[in-house]
Write a protein that binds this ligand. Structure first.
Ligand code: FRU
Length: 487
């Protein structure tokens, strides 16, 4: 693993010429994704500014141009008409003001009429490296580039720690007001969210108070990327709690959870209907964000970062890492989120053929199990003789799936844990697996549970096996994300 000096990580970027070499070095990597958004160089992390605006989906993501390292963050911009075919639009936000001198950190977008607004955290650091996080805003100009407000909407509150960031803007019709949720940490190092409100998007923001979530007063040390959406008359709150271990998640201290309940914007209280749930059970899924302006009362659209803050991946050797998940449609069924790839994803899936045990490249595997399947094991990325691979062992009595990546050729993040447990609400009947060059996303029982992981198969790890008599259908996937160099 390469060691980076602070100067290297926070180096400013002035022109595309400075990074074209990095791009040329990685385009031919066997791990470049074919239907997932990935960085043109360096690192991609959190999805930002995900929004539907005037017939186009806009997505930005945290981008560090220099390598697989968290340093100076930009927002990189991609657009799509169908959430499946994505085009690189270049760097969408540059850290170039006093307030964001050490990075444009995460945030959200909001479409209002003809205008698109971006809200982000200006990561300011002084000469002693003391951090001041500002909540900043910009409006997209006619050329598609953001015009930043000269002043932040507001600065940090002194009665919380320096960790106050990731503004998510929502409009609440019952109040006829806009609200911003901010991920925060109390001075006693407990995770919190703060709420600001205003009558208009670019001015008048006042601190409304701390978000109260009864039962979650002591739950992790920082709530990154809080986000809220309304689905079928319920509120769904997601956030990424840090600095805590959670059941079934091995040694990881970074998670992404959701709560279903009711949000009262008068008392600033989110009352959960029951306990928390994992948004995804996989090794690598974090900082997910709901798209704004979706306008469907029964469905939300979500995208997450395939990666975790403290993790390291084999493509670090090639100076890049990270990608976005496939965007998902989310619905509520019996108080739980059900997730599936967005509707138009089917447009890049070829005709179905019976699976033959080989992974031909980017593909979707659909595995249907007989009614009384009992225990069985699916192994992805095995050798030709069926050895090795990443296994998913279903225990029918316990209704759990144990995911184990210890038999893969390339091992990494071993200390975080290579074995995870996926508890299911009902017997396992169906698994959809989306396989790209360095990731796999599993949707179990039509999306009642999802499992997202990076995976870096070597040349010989191109097969899969399944015990018992499941029906396996394979569809090849046509590449849908352009890998062109746009800065
Ligand atoms: C989450 C996060 C955010 C922050 C951003 C910086 O991964 O730590 O809280 O805004 O990444 O890149």
């Amino acid at each position: 693993m390469r060691t980076w000096t602070t100067e290297e990580r926070y180096r400013e970027l002035h022109s595309a010429d400075e990074i074209i070499g990095l791009h040329e070095k990685i385009v031919s990597s066997k791990y470049r994704q074919k239907f997932h958004i990935q960085p043109i160089t360096g690192l991609s992390s959190d999805p930002n500014g995900f929004v539907f605006h005037k017939g186009i989906w806009h997505l930005y993501y945290q981008y560090c141009p220099w390598g697989a390292v968290h340093g100076l963050k930009f927002w990189y911009h991609v657009t799509s008409k169908d959430l499946v075919h994505w085009t690189n639009a270049g760097i969408g936000m540059w850290p170039d003001t006093f307030f964001d001198n050490k990075g444009c950190h995460s945030g959200s977008a909001f479409s209002a009429g003809d205008d698109l607004y971006l809200f982000y955290t200006g990561n300011h650091r002084d000469e002693n490296w003391v951090r001041t996080p500002y909540t900043c805003a910009a409006k997209l100009g006619p050329d598609g580039k953001p015009v930043k407000l000269l002043q932040p909407l507001f600065g940090p509150r002194p009665d919380y720690s320096e960790h106050q960031r990731d503004p998510k803007v929502v409009y609440v019709p019952s109040q006829n007001k806009y609200f911003i949720f901010i991920g925060a940490q109390a001075l006693d190092k407990k995770g919190r969210a703060l709420i600001y409100r205003s009558d208009s998007l670019l001015e008048g923001w006042e601190f409304a108070g701390e978000l109260k979530v009864p039962g979650f007063e002591d739950f992790g040390g920082m709530w990154e990327c809080p986000c809220i959406v309304r689905i079928s008359g319920k509120d769904v709150l997601i956030f990424s709690p840090q600095y805590t271990k959670l059941p079934g998640r091995a040694e990881s201290t970074n998670h992404n959870i959701y709560l279903v309940g009711s949000m009262d914007y008068e008392t600033l209280t989110f009352t959960p209907d029951d306990t928390y749930h994992y948004l995804d059970f996989g090794f690598d899924f974090y900082a997910a964000q709901f798209a704004a302006n979706v306008n469907d009362p029964d469905m939300a659209i979500l995208i997450g970062w395939i990666g975790l803050p403290d993790n390291h991946y084999p493509t670090e050797e090639e100076d890049w890492e990270g990608s976005m998940s496939v965007p998902r449609e989310l619905r509520l069924v019996n108080g739980r989120l059900v997730q599936s790839p967005v509707r138009d994803f089917a447009s890049i899936c070829g005709s179905a053929r019976p699976g033959s045990g080989t992974i031909p490249g980017p593909c979707a595997l659909e595995i249907c199990l007989p009614e009384d399947a009992g225990d069985f094991t699916l192994k992805l990325f095995t050798k030709e003789d069926g050895s090795g691979g990443m296994s998913f062992a279903y225990d029918a009595a316990a209704q759990t799936v144990t995911a184990d990546k210890t038999q893969m050729d390339l091992r990494y993040n071993q200390a975080v844990g290579e074995v995870l447990l996926v508890p299911l609400e009902s017997g396992l009947k169906k698994i959809l697996v989306l396989i790209d060059s360095c990731s796999a996303e599993l949707f179990l029982n039509d999306g009642a549970a999802s499992f997202t992981t990076h995976v870096y198969p070597t040349e010989t790890e191109r097969f899969y096996t399944i015990t018992g008599d499941a029906q396996v259908t394979l569809r090849e996937i046509t590449p849908s994300v352009k890998d062109d160099f746009v800065v």
